[in-house]
Design a protein around this ligand. Sequence first.
Ligand SMILES: [Zn+2]
Length: 464
Amino acid sequence: MVGQIQIWENDPASSSLVKADKPNIKQLPFRYTFPPPALAPDPDTTSPNFRYWNAAEALRRGADFWGPAVPDQQWFGGPDLEVRLNVGTRWNANYDRRALNFYRGQLGPGSFVYAAGSADMLCHELGHAILDAVQPLLWNSGNAEAVAFHESFGDVSAILCALQIETMRNSILASTNGNIYCNSRLSRIAEQFGTALHTIFPDDADQDCLRNAWNPFCYAPPTSLPPMGPSSILTARSHSFSRVFTGAVFESLAGMLAVNPPATPDRLRDVTFEMRDIMIEAVRSAPVVPQFYASVAAKMVLAASARNGAYRAVFRDAFVRRLILSLEVAANILSSPTANDDTGFAVAPHTDRPTFSALPSSHYGLDKPLHIELPADPVGTAARSATRDGRSMAPLNVEEAVTTFVDRLFMRGRVDYGEFGGRDHKGGKAQNPSSGDSTHRLELVDDQLWLRRIRICCGQCMAT
Ligand SMILES: [Zn+2]
C-alpha cells in the first residue's frame, strides 16, 4: 500500500501544504537516483527530510506527466538521472546531462533558501532533462533562441506540472474566475527563490518571483537586444528572452481552456496533456534554425490545429501578437493545415546531423580555430518571426548568429578554458569547471578545438 507524505502544494512561498502519495524512488521509466542515505519522511518543512520527499514527489509527478510523450522512454543518458538536492551555496540550479543539481542561496548568517525546496525549480530543471531527451540537437547548437527556448520549456514544465495537483487546479480556477492568463501564483515561477534572489541580485529576478509567465514581452532578435539589464526589460540573456515564448504558451493554455467552457479542474488537466503533446511534437519536428522561436511556434500551430480546429486561432493569435510569427507565415500555416514538405511546414521529426563551423579564435586567446555546431540553414524553411509591423523578418544569417552567440559566451566568462588558451584570457571566475559558473568548455577532439556545452544553468548563473 502506498503511504502518504506532506508536500508544498506548489512553492514554499504559498505556505500551502497538501497530502500526496509517497513516490517510489526507484520507479522506471525515467528513474531518479538520490545520493544515499534515503531519509525518512518528516512533516517539519525546514528539515532535509521534508525537502527530500517534497523533491522526490515533484520530480516523480513531473516525469509521470511528461514521460508518456517522450518517444524513447528514457533520459538522454539512459534510464537513470541523478538528483543532488544540496550541492553547495550559490543562487543556482543546473542540468548537466548526468544530474539535476540544486544549490542553496544565502540571505545572511545561517539563513538559506534552497532551490530544491520549490517544485517550480525542480520541475524547471526536469524540463531541461525532458527536452534534452526529446531533442538533443539543441544542446550544443550555437543558437541563442534554442537556449532561450530550453529555459522557456523549463518554465512551462513548472506550470504544467503544478497543474497536475488537483487542489492547485481548484485554487487557480477559483482565484482567476477561470481565466488563467493573469498574474497568479501559477504564472509566478519560483516565488520564494526569485523573491530572495531579487534582494541580492535585483536584475536576475522579479520582486515576487524568478520569472512571470504573465508578461507583455514581444519578440526581437536576441542580437538586437541589450546583453543585460533589469528584469523589467527584455534582454538577450536566455532567461530574460525566454519570457517571450513562455508568455505565448501561457496565453495559449488559457485560450485552449476557454474554447470549451466551463473551465473545470478536469478540463484544465486535459488541456495540460494537450499542451504537452503539442510542444513535444513541435520540438521534435522544428528545424533548429537561428529563428528557432518561429520554427517551433509554426509547428505548435500545426499540432494544435490537428487536435482541435478551434485551437488554430488561439495559438496563431498568441504567437502573432508577440511577433514570434509574422502575419504572413501564420496565414500560410493555416491555409495548409495538412502541411507537406512543399510548404516548409513538414511534421516529420527533425534529426539532421548538425553542421559545424571553425571560427577565428585569436580574440578569445586561442591559437586554433574554434569548432562549434551551427544552427540549421534556414533556406528552405518558411517559419519567420515578425518585425514590429508584423511583416516577415529576413532569415537570420547562420554565421552571424553563431558568432554573436560565441562572442557573448566569452564576454560573460562562461567558457571553461581548461588547459587551453593564454593566461591573460583564462583569468576570472569561470575557470573552475566544478564551480558551476561555466556553461561551456573547450575540448580537443582529433586535434580540433571544440566548444561544447557542459550544463544549462538556471539562477544567478544566467548568462546563456
Ligand atoms: Zn533553466
